[in-house]
Ligand binder design. Sequence first.
Ligand SMILES: [Zn+2]
Length: 154
Amino acid sequence: MNRKGLITALLSIAFVALAIGALQVLVIRPATDRAKARACYSNLKFIIIGEREYAREHGTGYQTNLICLSNELNSPMHLSCVNDDVRYRQVRDKLKPLEGYGSAEHWARLTMNDCSYEAFFRDTNTLVVRCPIHKMSVYTNPGMTNPAWKHEGL
Ligand SMILES: [Zn+2]
């Protein structure tokens, strides 16, 4: 290969590397971020639906302690946001040694410190569950709105 051919080959490789980098930054990363936000929002919806179930079953109203939704949520992993690496690992590590046991043992090891989401009452009938990382909140009252955060009343 002569010198001109070598330069052409190197420029081609550099161009392809730049194109892959641009594709990563402009297309793949935003799509991944959107998918993660959707997964988080899905967790929030599961929690609100679980809250409704819990309130109906126990007649005690909504709970700000999300750990008590052990019978309503499929997995404790619904309590950690996909972008909250610290809590995600915390929950995963607490569940690991208990493989083979029932889910009650899993839930018994968790505290609200393992939960990425915040739950509080906006008024007596409206529980808000929100993700501080994604700035999304879901309400138990369908009429509620929050212009600053992505929101939905379910
Ligand atoms: Zn989140």
